[in-house]
Design a protein around this ligand. Structure first.
Ligand SMILES: Nc1ncnc2c1ncn2[C@@H]1O[C@H](COP(=O)(O)OP(=O)(O)O)[C@@H](O)[C@H]1O
Ligand SMILES: [Mg+2]
Length: 268
């Protein structure tokens, strides 16, 4: 087992990581070097097509690097042992799940758990699912058909499906895009709590950053290459944003002193 109790290995380490799709030939990531320690909260942002989802696919072991390396808790995510896979949970964008699946919300959540945890009775799984539904305020929609939920409700069910696995590393691809403001803030707090109280590691791709910027340890600004990586305050500078987005991005400073780039308004 990758020894996660052992702090020797960072949660994620990319070394000269590059990826090109072959058909059609598209260079998606170039020479990415990045180390994310355990117990940290990181967001990845960048314009459309900047390689954010490709980075997540490499992290999840769905793609193999063209050159360079990526390691998760010290192991390659494509290693045949699949040990790292059991430490990771992934929250896809809600529209990557077939809406025609005739499943209730609670079944969507239970399926992920029962496929990973095979040595527990069904009752144990039911209890865990009920608990997570309660934690996320989803009790009301537990028996509703997943495909008929609103976008924001689907995103929260997918989050529940990942959280119920109690992953060491939680990977999310634009989890807030369809949520209302209340859910966005509740989710940001919940993710931050996982990191601060349970020392889990969270990496999320985001389009808008306002809801989570107050909670982040690191921000990675991507445009095929890493344009800037570090604390949000260091990264969210006009020079970096202009390099990433190819246009001036206004930055406002909120009353608590955090920088907020008005990115959505620039390239929506
Ligand atoms: N399956 C694929 N085949 C070919 N090119 C792809 C494929 N998936 C993504 N791309 C291209 O790779 C680049 C990075 O895509 P992606 O990682 O999805 O960007 P982002 O998530 O930042 O919007 C884009 O130019 C995109 O068009
Ligand atoms: Mg994407």
């Amino acid at each position: 087992m990758a020894d996660v109790a052992d702090d020797k290995n960072p949660a994620v380490e990319a070394v000269e990581l590059s990826y090109s799709y072959q058909r059609p030939l598209v260079e998606a990531l170039r020479a990415v070097n990045l180390t994310l320690p355990r117990g940290t909260f990181t967001a990845v942002m960048g314009p459309n097509g900047s390689g954010k989802s490709t980075f997540l696919r490499l992290l999840l072991g769905i793609l193999r690097p063209t050159t360079g390396e990526i390691r998760v808790f010290g192991e390659s995510p494509t290693a045949p042992s699949q040990r790292v896979q059991r430490l990771i949970a992934y929250v896809p964008q809600y529209d990557s799940i077939n809406p025609l699946l005739p499943l209730r919300s609670r079944e969507v959540i239970a399926l992920g758990l029962s496929s990973r945890v095979t040595d527990r009775p069904a009752r144990w799984i039911d209890e865990r699912v009920s608990q997570i539904l309660e934690d996320l305020g989803l009790v009301e929609i537990r028996d509703r058909q997943y495909g008929l939920l609103s976008g924001g409700q689907k995103q929260r069910v997918l989050l529940a499906r990942a959280l119920v696995l109690e992953p060491e590393l939680l990977v999310l691809d634009e989890p807030f895009s369809a949520m209302d403001m209340t859910s966005q803030h509740a989710t940001a707090k919940l993710l931050s709590g996982l990191v601060r109280q349970k020392r889990r590691t969270v990496i999320t791709v985001v389009h808008g950053i306002h809801t989570i910027v107050h909670h982040l340890d690191y921000l990675v600004l991507l445009n095929k290459e890493i344009v800037a990586a570090g604390t949000p305050d260091a990264v969210l500078r006009p020079v970096n944003l202009t390099r990433a987005y190819g246009t001036d991005v206004p930055v406002v400073i909120c009353p608590e002193g955090f920088r907020h780039p008005l990115v959505e308004d620039v390239h929506a």
